[in-house]
Design a protein around this ligand. Structure first.
Ligand code: GLU
Length: 482
């Protein structure tokens, strides 16, 4: 076994990256990198029936976007390639033959009809080991006649197989409870169950990190290692990711809880770094700090197996939003604008100052997907609720606001330029002259132009964003409405 810790991420290309899978990739990566180890990407596509065009690119792009860089894998190369199982097709047969010779596997010539007939009406039932002890002549006759076959693992009929999982501790399964699983299929492709064992061995993987749905099938894999005389890797099975339904019930994270693929989250306006940071904490926590914001480099330093919890982690969309808003706030203006401006360009009228509007939103949005909703008051004139004019703090009423609007309209119409400073000076001077609180004047104007109680930015900032014509039109409309 390799001296340096080697982990891998071995997804089957399904066409999307479930966040549970992304977390597996991240933890596997971090485990290796926290100990200066190697991280491999291997594509497990031996199930040709489920082949999805372009699905491998989705995996590679996701890893790139999240900063999970692999030392060996498709596109990168490495001394243990190829890294796509379908390109390794010719490797597995000889290992299967080796197991047949050593008595740990056997040819099975059962037809699919026969196998089907073993199932009860619920489709349940296992293989009855019909071919496990076929006489050698019969095997040879079948092979010579070209009867299609699969190769099955010969699981011992007695005893127990156990291993110690790094997270869950000892897992022991009675051998009698395990099926003689298929290792090589009739189409010549290996099954996942076989291929991943051979590959993990050939790629010198020291730690297998994956979802806990494999926790109880791992004894079968251990038996394969033992049959070959290979040292078993260490196993790190990760707890399930759960979601919370509207009724408060916790169940396996699925679409009914919200977006579950990395791509969907990105499309909803989440930043890859925020997603990565959040999922790093879904099942793992640092030992000696309460820190929540982590760069990838910090994660690589801090990550350790003993921080992984075995209780299921609940994906909390609100918490992800919080992370995202923090990451958006921290974005440099040009990067932020490159995401926010295209959205604003698409939905705002030409005269709206999109750069200013984007600036007002920078510290106030949780996702980029929120922008259209947050600027609805800019893109539309919302229905007016005159109650909004009433402010206890500023001692305003609808009537007092109307008086302010009537007075200020001509002053604003006469403004020689339409920027925040000029508009602010006009309103401030007016308030001073009338001995009104500046807040009361700003309140009246802000409600009149925004037609909304809570707004990003104050009265004059909003007027600057809306532009001269629209702002004045809204003030005139407001006067008529009160
Ligand atoms: N291809 C398997 C999956 O996507 C990998 C499991 C493993 O990591 O061994 O579930």
């Amino acid at each position: 076994m390799s001296d340096i810790i080697t982990t891998r991420f071995a997804p089957s290309p399904t066409g999307y990256m479930h966040i549970g899978n992304l977390r597996t990739a991240l933890y596997s990566y971090l485990l290796a990198k926290s100990q200066n180890g190697r991280f491999i990407l291997r594509i497990e596509d031996t199930d040709q029936v489920r082949f999805v065009e372009g699905a491998t690119d989705v995996i590679i792009d996701t890893l790139k976007m999240t900063g999970i860089d692999y030392d060996e894998g498709p596109g990168v190369g490495g001394e243990n390639g190829p890294y796509v199982q379908s390109e390794r097709k010719d490797i597995y047969g000889k290992y299967a033959e080796q197991l047949i010779k050593s008595g740990h596997a056997y040819y099975c010539f059962c037809s699919s009809e026969r196998l089907q007939s073993l199932h009860d009406e619920n489709g349940l039932g296992g293989y009855d080991r019909h071919c496990r002890d076929l006489p050698q002549e019969e095997i040879e006759k079948n092979l010579a006649a070209g009867v299609p076959y699969v190769i099955r693992q010969k699981i011992p009929l007695e005893g127990t197989t156990s291993y110690v999982d790094e997270i869950y501790g000892e897992v022991a399964i009675e051998n009698a409870d395990m099926q003689d699983q298929i290792l090589m299929k009739a189409d010549g492709y290996p099954t996942y169950n076989f291929a991943h064992v051979v590959d993990d061995y050939l790629m010198h993987v020291t730690h297998v990190v994956r979802g806990n749905e494999y926790l109880t099938s791992t004894p079968k894999y251990c038996l394969l290692y033992d049959a070959f005389g290979w040292e078993r890797p260490k196993y790190v099975h990760l707890p399930l990711l759960m979601g919370k339904g509207e009724d408060g019930k916790i169940s396996k994270l699925s679409k009914r809880h919200g977006a579950v693929s990395f791509q969907d989250l990105v499309n909803e306006g989440y930043l890859p770094q925020a997603i990565t940071n959040y999922i790093a904490l879904l099942g793992w926590c640092p030992k000696e700090t309460n820190q929540e914001m982590f760069t990838m480099d910090e994660l690589k330093r801090e990550f350790s197996l003993d921080g992984i919890s075995k209780s299921p982690a609940v994906f909390d969309y609100e918490k992800l939003k919080w992370f995202n808003s923090e990451y958006i706030k921290a974005l440099p203006d040009d990067e932020y604008n490159s995401r926010a401006l295209p959205v604003l360009e698409e939905i705002c009228a030409p005269e709206v100052d999109k750069v200013k509007l984007a600036g007002l939103l920078h510290s106030r949005i949780a996702t980029f997907g929120e922008i259209p909703e947050r600027v609805e008051f800019v893109t539309k004139r919302l229905p007016m609720d005159t109650e909004l004019y009433v402010s206890k703090k500023n001692k305003t009423t609808a009537e007092s606001c109307k008086a302010v609007l009537v007075d200020c309209l001509p002053l604003l119409e006469a403004a020689d330029s339409w920027d925040n400073d000029t508009l602010f000076a006009i309103l401030k001077d007016y308030a001073a002259e009338k001995e009104l609180k500046a807040g009361a004047v700003m309140w009246a104007i802000r409600i009149a132009v925004a037609r909304l109680g809570i707004t990003p930015g104050g009265a004059t900032e909003l007027m600057e964003v809306l532009g001269r014509e629209e702002s004045l039109a809204r003030i005139r409309l407001a006067i008529d409405e009160i």
